[in-house]
Design a protein around this ligand. Sequence first.
Ligand code: ZN
Length: 150
Amino acid sequence: MTDPSRQSNQISLPDHQIDALFERAQENRSNSYARYSEFPVGSVVTTSLGQVFDGCSVENGSFGLTLCAERSALSAAIAGGFDPGSDVRIEQVVIAGPDNTSCPPCGACRQWISELAAGSVVSFWWDGKLISVAASALTPFTYTYVRPNI
Ligand SMILES: [Zn+2]
């Protein structure tokens, strides 16, 4: 198996930049509602305007309704005025699982990221280290709705 940390699609971010955001994502993790899985996750997204939006996982007894931390943060960005159709972009999505557990975005979150934060860099703990990859590398064949001509 290929070591994911050696894949060429990783991006190097300055330590001071990613460390502060990862610390904030870890702090957001403490706000998670993870009573079922006991796997709390925090997240942060940043915009090209320098805005920072927080998120955390929110579970539900109907498990399929659980909201992941990164979708929570993207929702906070939308609620805070981020308009995906504007010139403002989501630049970073940072995800922090418990105890530096590998915690890449799930399939649903990758779809959200591909639509709302397509040009972003996504950072998460993987195989013992914090890595950063282009959103496009996480989800190379994204679904995009195209309105049919009826
Ligand atoms: Zn997810």
